[in-house]
Design a protein around this ligand. Sequence first.
Ligand code: GDP
Ligand code: MG
Length: 492
Amino acid sequence: MSFDFLIMLVKKPPIIVVLGHIDHGKTTLLDYIRKSKIALSEAGGITQKIGAYEIEFNGEKMTFIDTPGHAAFNTLRERGVKIADIGILVIAADEGVKEQTKESLIYLKSANLHFVVALNKIDKKEADPQRVISQLIELEVIPEKFGGQIPVLEISAKTGQGVDDLLETLILLRDIYDLKVETERLGTGYILETIKDPKRGFLASAIITEGQVKYGDFIITLSSFCKIKIFEDDLGQKIDVAFPSKPVLIGNFEILPNVGDSFIVGKKEDIEKIRKELEEKEEAVKRRYIIGERKEGLENFEGYLLIIKADHLGSLEALENIFEKIAKENNLNFKIIKADLGQITTEDIKLAKDFNAILISFNVKNPKQIIDEIKNLNIKFFESNIIYKIEEEFADFLKGKEKEEVIKGELEVLATFSQTRTKKTIGGRVVVGSLKLGQRVKIIRENNIVGQGRIISLKRNKIPTEEVKEGELCGLIIETSKEIFQGDRIRV
Ligand SMILES: Nc1nc2c(ncn2[C@@H]2O[C@H](COP(=O)(O)OP(=O)(O)O)[C@@H](O)[C@H]2O)c(=O)[nH]1
Ligand SMILES: [Mg+2]
């Protein structure tokens, strides 16, 4: 039984986010859709980049989040906020599943986001969609054709092949999952990007998520407010009113708001009250993921107690999902007795000791004294920086398989030369063992592993060689996306 007629829910133009591995074609796809689906001549405007854009396809509107590297999207995600309704996971059909593909999948699943897979670059002769589909099935992403839930489409962001089918699928998903929104109420939304313009003052782009926002409205965020005197769409055209999912440019802010802030339309005299409301909204998001110390009811618990510390709310959410999955698949019992943000504290260590819990640290750098204390007290400690590897690493950890790492070779970086996105040219001296061409290496900075890569070129006295030994100087190219600095260690 639906009460739509009481609160006037209407179909929501879906907000779409494009995710996937670098160079698999996210930007090309966003550009293609923008160029081919915005009737510029009709609008008479010039697209302005405001972090998101709106298109109309078969009479249906939809909004694509479009910031470079999705900076605003990531900020929102780190704060545990979800604005996207549907994800497009772009995978280059010639390269297949890569690290960031797996990361994106973990995010899509933990955020419970509906998504489609776009097998891109289908125009290339190396494209092998069947192979990618097998990889997906291995990752438990089951395409519709194989009885699963996930639409998988072949596209070319370059030629546009399959893009209309993709857009149709997005609308279909909106309808299947019945995404609706309330419009007859005061507007709310999120700040995407902020702009300081010498002529127009403090501006921000935003997405409306509920209700409506009108020219002249007063909007309030936690850190700023604005009587709207500039109100434009992504084509730079003046608008009077904006409904949910619409990306807009808002001007006349008192000071620049923060990216990721939510806003509410209100009255100036209600600022204090509304800010309290906004604070409570943020608190509520936090409370969903942060678990204070839970020491009750553990007497008869059989299984592993976990204490999780992570870099941000988005990670906590993903971790809680991952541990749930590990527990289910391996018939294990986990209970999280604390989940919080930041470094490990002495309180965390005490809690771990008192309850013999496993202390888990994700993507935070802990002070040396803390690590020493953990070792001294023999606390069970699991650390990781790579979300998609946790499942495997944690399984190994539990099996006690963590063998002491044997260092076969290590080089001290004495100089860095050209650094492209994927290749770093460096020079250095071998300080332990030897390094060989083709070996996989870890990049170590201040005793922490900060990245991985492979030696794809090795030269001694400018002459290519297979191996360099302790004490020798050499030049090498490491295939890695990580930047390498003088003083880093390259470890085999
Ligand atoms: N042949 C072909 N090349 C593509 C296609 N989509 C993207 N590319 C190319 O792949 C490279 C990376 O694309 P880009 O959109 O920057 O990837 P992003 O890092 O995911 O944003 C660029 O050189 C694109 O021209 C496609 O469908 N076919
Ligand atoms: Mg890009």
